[in-house]
Design a protein around this ligand. Structure first.
Ligand SMILES: Cc1cc2nc3c(=O)[nH]c(=O)nc-3n(C[C@H](O)[C@H](O)[C@H](O)COP(=O)(O)OP(=O)(O)OC[C@H]3O[C@@H](n4cnc5c(N)ncnc54)[C@H](O)[C@@H]3O)c2cc1C
Length: 400
């Protein structure tokens, strides 16, 4: 059994779920969360460090994660049971507390790619793609960021779409696109040169002119297969253009829920690091006693638990607002910025509790510490999300 394995049982609350947020789930959601936890502990935890170390993705786990029923839970075409935004968030916690790379894989195919089709697709497109994606038979990627447009994608996309009859021709480049080296479809966002608006296209893996190259030597989320993509005269039929996306504003409707999803994911990462630090502090002895008995170590553990609890509280309320149809972009931005900043602090404290072992993969914190950096920056950097909140407070946009 892996040293970081936590036994799961029906009534087992996670030790870091101090205010028992999990109790807020409906009974069926709770069952599903426990099923998911069991899958993550049995199948993912034992191999996560090694895959991370080799910068590989465990493809063989895709049918297993699909079988837990957590892919595409937001959409009637793909959901297996009634569920709330709270459940979808909690599922991200359960996955990320074991492996943030795997959580990112799920976030990209189930949140971003299925979200784009769910929000922007016609009824026919939703019916064609969402069910097989929910079953894990089709994996999606989401290609928005470009080499020259990261924070500035709303204005700065260079990838172009030109319509010729019923065919679109895409040209340009994308950067950092998760899952893209192996995804069956990649949602490509490009500027229509006719009206200057951003449109979304479902690009199939083997389309001529669509080329991916894995980004090597990453030091964060090493299990995620990020790609540089080049698009050279890529032909996409009008039938594969997302029919309900006419501008960047429509695309922003996809990113709201996924941003809150990253906030939950950040709390999963924080929770995983906190749990490992608690265990380590109980086992490691210095000066003749467990380091858990020292006040300064207890302070770090207590502060970490408070940060995790505060972050989860923000996530829970954001989920309630989502279900009530009241969640605004600035709510999502605040959750993402606040939770990722708390996560970064928590993983740093947890790493310090482990001393030298905190930087080595085998002791359960180093991977979380490294992964936190990418999560802090993707789906809108801390700065950009903070500025979205700043705009909501002041009515003034500070980032353009
Ligand atoms: C592991 C990983 C996975 C990713 N997966 C995907 C994916 O699947 N699909 C996808 O489309 N993208 C993906 N991304 C891209 C990600 O969303 C971008 O990295 C992110 O939006 C930031 O863009 P950038 O890296 O170009 O940084 P930049 O935009 O160049 O920002 C650099 C710095 O400048 C700051 N900055 C920029 N503009 C302003 C401003 N106006 N005011 C103040 N500060 C500013 C930023 O906050 C940041 O600190 C991924 C990235 C990573 C690292």
């Amino acid at each position: 059994m892996h040293p970081n394995h936590i036994p799961t049982g029906r009534s087992n609350l996670l030790e870091g779920d101090f205010y028992a947020f999990q109790d807020l789930l409906a009974p069926e959601e709770r069952e599903a969360a426990l099923r998911l936890r069991d899958f993550m502990e049995r199948e993912v935890r034992p191999i996560a460090d090694d895959y991370w170390d080799r910068a590989e993705f465990p493809h063989h786990l895709i049918p297993g994660i699909a079988a837990t029923g957590v892919l595409g839970t937001a959409w009637p075409e793909s959901r297996r049971f009634p569920n709330s935004a709270l459940f979808r968030g909690w599922a991200a916690v359960e996955i990320a507390r074991v492996d943030a790379s795997f959580a990112t894989f799920v976030g990209v195919t189930s949140g971003l790619a299925m979200g784009a089709i769910g929000v922007g697709g016609s009824d026919e497109q939703r019916a064609a793609w969402l069910p097989p994606m929910g079953r894990g038979e089709v994996v999606g990627a989401f290609g928005l960021t470009e080499p020259l447009a990261g924070s500035d994608t709303a204005r700065g996309l260079r990838t172009t779409a030109v319509r010729r009859g019923d065919t679109w021709i895409l040209d340009g480049a994308k950067r950092w696109i998760g899952n893209a080296t192996f995804a069956d479809i990649t949602l490509i966002w490009a500027k229509d040169i006719d009206d200057g608006q951003v449109k979304g296209f479902i690009v199939r893996k083997d389309t001529p002119g669509f080329k991916t190259e894995k980004i090597e030597r990453k030091q964060s989320l090493r299990g995620v297969q990020n790609a540089d993509i080049t698009l050279t005269g890529v032909e996409v039929p009008e039938a594969d253009r997302l029919q309900r996306i006419d501008s960047f504003k429509d695309l922003a409707g996809v990113l709201g829920p996924t941003r809150v999803g990253v906030a939950w994911e950040a709390m999963g990462i924080a929770l995983g690091a906190h749990e490992a630090a608690v265990r380590y502090a109980a086992e490691r002895e210095q000066f003749g006693r467990p380091i858990a008995s020292f006040q300064l170590v207890q302070q770090k553990l207590a502060e970490n638990l408070a940060d995790v609890t505060a972050g989860l509280a923000v996530c829970v309320r954001a989920a309630q607002l989502e279900d009530a149809g009241k969640r605004r972009d600035e709510h999502a931005a605040m959750a993402k910025a606040f939770c990722t900043s708390r996560m970064r602090t928590v993983v740093a404290r947890a790493r310090a509790v482990l001393g030298g072992n905190g930087i080595q993969l085998d002791h359960g914190v180093a991977r979380y510490f490294a992964d936190a950096e990418a999560v802090y920056s993707y789906e809108g950097t801390y700065d950009m999300n903070t500025l979205i909140v700043g705009r909501a407070i002041t009515g003034r946009q500070a980032f353009v």
